[in-house]
Every structure is written in C-alpha cells, then in structure tokens.
Design a protein around this ligand. Structure first.
Ligand code: VGL
Ligand code: ZN
Length: 212
C-alpha cells in the first residue's frame, strides 16, 4: 500500500483486549494470541494517541455458557438483543484472566475503556455494546479530542477488533486494521466473514510494515 499514514494528533491507535484471558493459558485463549504483544509494543510509541480496551465481565455474565443451563461454550442462543455466541467464563472483573497481558508495554496509553460490564449485555465493540444501543462513550471521547482516524489492533480479529472497526466507520472515523497486530478465534468461518464485512464498509487492511 502506498498511502501515507499520519500517526499524529488526529489519529488514535486502539489496542483491543490484549488480556491474559485471550492469550495462551487464558480462559478464552486465541490461537497465538500473545504473538501480537511484541508487534503492538513496537507500534504504540509511534502513535501520539493510544487507547486500550479491556473485556471486563461480572461473574454470571449473559455471554457465559455457564449462565445458561443446558448450553455449552461456542453454541449460540437468542438473547433479548439478538443472537449471542456463548463463551467460557472469561475476563471476570478483577481476576488475573482480565488483566492486560504482562508483557504489553504501553506507558503512554491515555485511556482504558472497559466493556461488557453490564450483566445482561455483551460488548465485542469498543464503541457500542451488543444491544446496538448502549454506548461505551469511546466515540464521544475521541471526537472531543479531535480524532479523525482510528487504527485498530489486538484480539480477536473476528470478534472484538472487527466489531470495533465496523462501529468506528459508522461513527465517522477513517478506520484501519493492522492485520499482523491481530489474531483471530475463527469460529466456523468467522474470520473470512469479518474481513468481508470490514472491507465492504471501507475499513483499510494494512500490515505494520505499511506504516514504514
Ligand atoms: C472477545 C469473545 C468474547 C474478543 C471478547 O475480545 O474478541 N471475544 N469476549
Ligand atoms: Zn468477553
């Protein structure tokens, strides 16, 4: 890609859910999830603005299979707001599983946005929760700071990164996903589907090498 990338004041890097729970040994381990850490550690200092997200569920959260007797992780069910994939218990507030990965080094990160804390609503997106109404406040925060362009990386490409990217476009930000700084869960073709949807909505797909 020959486009030039301005990583300055009007741009933010949003680092999605780089937490123990999504790394090897975590409760919802993403294959090779910890491989994003060194890539993101190199990228982050190049951006003027960096924001992190943290999946932050209360015990008994509606997205947990354990909250729905007779259901198992990775099945889907219908909740009031639509279809929900059921997950193993993960990223429970204030547990080790919910902590940011210990090797993540982003001292300059300006905001940690926690999501998924409403007991009955999941939130893959950093912007709008799964009921598609409840805002996390992130778009308003970024707009208040004059941000126009959002770069995304982290875990997992096909869930929290993709949903965040789609909502970023919908909120009016120029939106780019840094593919090699992400890893996917890939449930039943979800990764290919996520890229199709992102590309169709105008999300740019780059590699960290494209940033020069
Ligand atoms: C995520 C499933 C459940 C993610 C979070 O970070 O992609 N996926 N909670
Ligand atoms: Zn979650």
């Amino acid at each position: 890609m020959t486009t030039s990338h301005d990583l300055g004041e009007r741009t933010v890097l949003v680092v999605i859910d780089v937490q123990n729970g999504f790394a090897p040994g975590g409760n919802l381990a993403v294959p090779d999830g910890d491989a994003v850490v060194p890539v993101i550690n190199r990228l982050a200092p190049r951006f003027t603005n960096v924001v992190l997200t943290q999946d932050w569920h209360p015990p008994g959260h509606a997205s947990f299979a354990s909250s729905h007797p007779g259901h198992k992780p990775f099945e889907t069910i219908e909740l009031s707001y639509g279809t929900q994939v059921l997950w193993p218990d993960h990223c429970i507030q204030d547990t080790n599983d919910a902590q940011l990965h210990p090797d993540l080094r982003i001292p300059g990160a300006q905001l940690v946005i926690r999501k998924g804390f409403h007991p009955g609503i999941d939130s893959y997106s950093a912007f709008v929760e799964a009921d598609r109404r409840t805002s996390t406040g992130l778009a308003a925060y970024l707009k208040a700071r004059g941000i126009e362009s959002v770069y995304l990386c982290g875990l997992a490409t096909d869930f929290c990164v993709a949903w965040s990217a789609l909502d970023s476009v919908a909120a009016g930000f120029r939106t780019t996903v840094i593919e090699d700084a992400c890893r996917a869960i890939d449930l039943g073709g979800s990764l290919a589907e996520a890229w199709q949807r992102m590309t169709a909505q105008g999300v740019a797909r780059i590699s960290s090498a494209d940033l020069g």
